[in-house]
Design a protein around this ligand. Structure first.
Ligand code: NAD
Length: 262
């Protein structure tokens, strides 16, 4: 089997479900050791067990709320102690949070979405940088969304879309700053992907009553593939994590069947 990541270590946030889980399985299948950062629950433990059944010791689950600086810093240090370093960082954990019209949006709900999606991305990257520098190279991949640059998915996504746009700017600034250390940073923008993200969505009552002006029409995705699969996103993540993408940094890459062009 092709082992693009033999001897490499990846930190993956939101690794218990969806895109993060698929990426962890993919990177581990190609030789990486993977540190699974998530709010620890059965799903994260199952992912860990599944990977360790294939290659014992390749995965370790960490109970990390990525918006908690002390937890992120400690889990990164533990990862380095266990696996010897960090080469790949997939800052992917995210929530939809509360969807509500801006007028009705409560500050605490707005802040929660910003804390997880923006602070979480910042803290994950911040605490990994010293270890990537130590290795003399690295690849950071951030999960934004088509929502970072468009509004089509409807009302109520003011907080979510703000964080997803912020992640794009953050990734580009990080790419610029870290290029001199041969650390690459790229940001991926998935369209609709079949995951468990709806479980992290809360709709306000007001929103239920709003008639969304644009129905999500038939043919809203030129490729007409339907929702993407986490494994398809994992293939992109693996490419960006690998040497095959060594000349790519600061790129914003859509993986959406061209949904974002409409
Ligand atoms: P998911 O809900 O299946 O997985 C997200 C994981 O993140 C979960 O395991 C959850 O426990 C974890 N998580 C949430 N808050 C966390 C925190 N504070 N600390 C640590 N872990 C936390 O969803 P997914 O679709 O795989 O989402 C992954 C990323 O993809 C998110 O950033 C999301 O915004 C983005 N995205 C998803 C879609 C889609 O349609 N599913 C589209 C575009 C972008």
């Amino acid at each position: 089997a092709k082992e693009r990541f033999h001897g490499k270590t990846a930190i993956i946030t939101g690794a218990g479900s969806g895109i993060g889980k698929a990426a962890a399985l993919k990177l581990a299948a190609e030789g990486a050791n993977v540190a699974l950062f998530d709010l620890l629950d059965d799903r994260t433990n199952e992912t860990e067990a599944k990977i360790n059944a294939i290659r014992n010791g390749a995965a370790r689950a960490f109970d990390v709320d990525t918006s908690d600086p002390a937890r992120v810093e400690k889990a990164v240090l533990e990862t380095v102690q266990i696996f010897g370093g960090v080469d790949i960082v997939f800052a992917n954990a995210g929530i939809n949070g509360v969807l509500a019209p801006i007028e009705e949006m409560e500050l605490k709900d707005w802040e929660k979405t910003l804390q997880v999606n923006l602070n979480g991305t910042f803290l994950t990257v911040k605490y990994c940088i010293p270890h990537l520098k130590q290795r003399g190279a690295g690849s950071i991949i951030v999960t934004s969304s088509v929502n970072g640059t468009r509004t089509f998915s409807g009302f109520g996504m003011g907080a979510y879309s703000t964080t997803k746009a912020g992640q794009v700017a953050f990734a580009k600034m990080a790419a610029l700053e870290l290029a001199r250390y041969k650390i690459r940073v790229n940001v991926i923008c998935p369209g609709a992907i079949s995951t468990n993200i709806d479980q992290s969505t809360k709709k306000s009552e007001e929103l239920e009553e709003i008639v969304i002006p644009v129905e999500y029409p038939e043919g809203s995705q030129p490729l007409k593939n339907g929702p993407g699969k986490p494994e398809e996103v994992a293939d992109l993540v693996a490419f960006l994590a690998s040497e095959e993408s060594r000349h790519i940094t600061g790129a914003q890459i859509f993986i959406d069947g061209a949904e974002s062009l409409l």
